[in-house]
Design a protein around this ligand. Structure first.
Ligand SMILES: O=C(O)[C@@H](CO)OP(=O)(O)O
Length: 229
């Protein structure tokens, strides 16, 4: 039996302001930083240790990993960062307040943008400051990989290669793995690991900085899962 720990980043400044965030590189709020420290203490208290970590290229997730590992005296373990674990790219919604967007477009439309796997949020153009092609950290992406908008199914399609090519091999080598990522990239991994329907995954609300533990059998099937509280 192998344990795998997933954790969503601590509350960000834009979570606090109730804004669509996506690939915008906002920082943790003060509360989010404290949440990350508490999650690390909880893992330490329960005797967790890790050999390797995986995270996105966004600072709210990188910093959460850092503060969690600091509590475990684990800052030395290798951390692999990939854009594939980034939050879903929210297109032209990035930066908008969620309540104001509901007032403008209606609850039903906004809910579709947020949780319907096939619904695209309005796209940006390549001229937009939010276009990832303007940022150094995305230099290695092909033109087709640079999003203008992304639905949840596309988030899953780009997250899964990283799961199969980088995370699964580490688990198969019996390494203890921690993944720190985002609401929607974690939804994609959880949907795949547990084989959930689109309806079930839409209902899944992942709290910030709360370790989600999987116990996996030799074939990496989920035997048990629970929040560490
Ligand atoms: O704004 C975002 O990027 C995400 C996560 O905070 O929001 P939502 O839960 O609406 O997908």
């Amino acid at each position: 039996m192998q344990k795998l720990v997933l954790i969503r980043h601590g509350e960000s400044v834009w979570n606090q302001e109730n804004r669509f965030t996506g690939w915008t590189d906002v920082d943790l709020s003060d509360g989010g930083l404290q949440q990350a420290i508490s999650a690390g203490k909880l893992l330490a208290k329960n005797g967790y240790t890790f050999d390797v970590g995986f995270t996105s290229v966004l600072k709210r997730s990188i910093k959460t990993m850092h503060f969690v590992l600091e509590q475990l005296d684990h800052l030395w373990i290798p951390i692999h960062k990939s854009w594939r674990l980034n939050e879903r790219f929210y297109g032209a919604l990035q930066g908008l307040n969620k309540d104001e967007t509901i007032e403008k477009y209606g609850e039903e439309q906004v809910q579709k943008w947020r949780r319907d796997p096939h619904e695209h949020p309005p796209a940006i153009t390549e001229q937009d400051d939010r276009f990832p092609g303007h940022y150094l950290r995305y230099n290695d992406l092909t033109y087709r990989e640079l999003p203008l908008t992304e639905n949840l199914s596309e988030t899953m399609d780009r997250a899964l290669p990283f799961w199969h090519e980088s995370i699964v091999p580490a688990i198969r080598e019996n390494k203890k793995v921690i993944i720190c990522a985002h609401g929607n990239s974690l939804r994609a991994l959880i949907q795949y690991i547990e084989n959930l329907s689109d309806e079930d995954v839409a209902k899944l609300d992942i709290p910030t900085a709360t370790p989600w533990v999987y116990e996996l059998d030799d074939r990496l099937n989920c035997v048990k899962h629970y929040y560490l509280k």
